[in-house]
Design a protein around this ligand. Sequence first.
Ligand SMILES: Cc1cc2nc3c(=O)[nH]c(=O)nc-3n(C[C@H](O)[C@H](O)[C@H](O)COP(=O)(O)O)c2cc1C
Length: 394
Amino acid sequence: MRGVPDRPLGLAPASIRDYRELARRRLPRQIFDYVDGGAYEESTLRANVADLNAIQLRQRVLRDVSKLELSTTVLGQELAMPLILGPIGMGGMLARRAEVQAARAAAEAGVVFCESTLSICSLEEVRAVTTAPFWFQLYVMRDRGVGEQLMERATAVGCPVLVLTVDLPVTGARYRETRNGLIGAQPVGKRLVQGLDFALHPSWAYSVGLRGRPHTFGNIASALPGAVTPRDFKAWIDSNFDPTVTWADLAWVREHWKGQLVLKGILDPEDARQAVDAGVDAIVVSNHGGRQLDDTSSSVTALPRVVDAVGNATEVLVDGGVRSGLDMVKMLALGARACLVGRAWAWSVAADGQHGVSHMLRIVRGELEVALSLTGAADVAALDRTVLLGEVAH
Ligand SMILES: Cc1cc2nc3c(=O)[nH]c(=O)nc-3n(C[C@H](O)[C@H](O)[C@H](O)COP(=O)(O)O)c2cc1C
C-alpha cells in the first residue's frame, strides 16, 4: 500500500521523529546530544524545523495520481528519490561501523551516501561494501597535504562528487557538548557520571563502544596525534581546521579534484552568486543543521532567496530540518533539486543500524508519495511553488 512501509522486527517506528526517540533511548546521553544538539541557544536548529512546519501544502483533488515519478537526477546521477544521506562526522559513534551500514542502505534504496572527512569508517572501508557511487565531504585543514591526500583517496575509490563544506572556518559552541563533558577537561565526578551513563546503555557500550572501534577516524587517522577521544577532538579541530580559507582556495581544490564540486553551507544569495561565478557544479543551502551560526536564517527561509539569485546557473540542494517526505515536497517546491538529511539517518542508524536507515528511507518515500498524490503533483522534478499555500506560493 502506498505510504505504509514494513516495520523492522521488534520496533514500531512510524516516523523519523520515532527514530529520534529510539536513538535517545539507545544512546548514552552525551552521544545522543552530540547528534541532537545545535549551537548556542539552538534557535537556528529550532527554526529549521519550525519554519518548514509553518509552510502549508495546497491540497488538490481529482487529478489522476496513479503514476508518480519520484526519481530524479542530481549532477547527472540517477536517484530513486531526491534525497541524499548528508555527511555526519563521527557517525561510527552511533552504531557499529555506522557509515558502512548507511552506505549499504543508501545503495539499496537508490540514493546517495556522503562520507564525511570525520567519518569513523574510511573511504576505502565504505567502498569495499558497495559498488554504488558515493560522495566525499571535505573540510580544509591548515596542513593542505591532508586535504590533497584525501582528495586523492576519494578519487581512487571513485567518488564522483566532492562536497566542500564552507560554513565551518571555526566551530560554533554547542552548549550541550560542553555541559555533558563531550569536550574539554572534566572533573572526576563528571567522568564517573559519564561512566555510569555508558553502563546504563550496555547494548551500545558493547556493540559500539567495545566492538565498534569508534575512535578510528578512518580518513584522518594519519593526521591525528595517536588515539583521540571526542574530548580532545574539538581542540584538535580548532587548531587544525583552516580559518584562512577564501574563494581563492577553490583553485587549489580544482587543481587536486577533477570530479564535480559542490559547496555546502551557503545561506546568503550573494555567496550563492559568487559560487556560481566560481563555477561550482552545485551548492547546498545549509546552516549545518543549526550547529554553527545561531540566530541566522533557517534553511527553508534562505532557500527561495538563493534560488531566485542563481536561477538555473547551478543545481541547488538543501538541508536542515527535513523530518519527512512532506518537508521534502516543500523544499523541492521552493526550488531545491534534492534534500540532504543529517539527523534523520543518524537517529535511524543509532536505533537499528542498516535496517533502521533502510526503513527510514522507506518511510520518507511513502510520505513523499502520499504528499505528491494529495497535492496533485505527480512528478518530483516538476514541483514548484504552486503546491504551497500562502505568500511563498503565488
Ligand atoms: C552529528 C552531526 C555531525 C555532522 N557532521 C558533519 C560533517 O562532518 N560535515 C558536514 O559537512 N556536515 C556535518 N553535519 C551537518 C549535516 O551534514 C547537515 O548539514 C545537517 O545535519 C542537516 O540538518 P538536519 O540534521 O536537520 O537534517 C553534521 C550534522 C550532525 C547532526
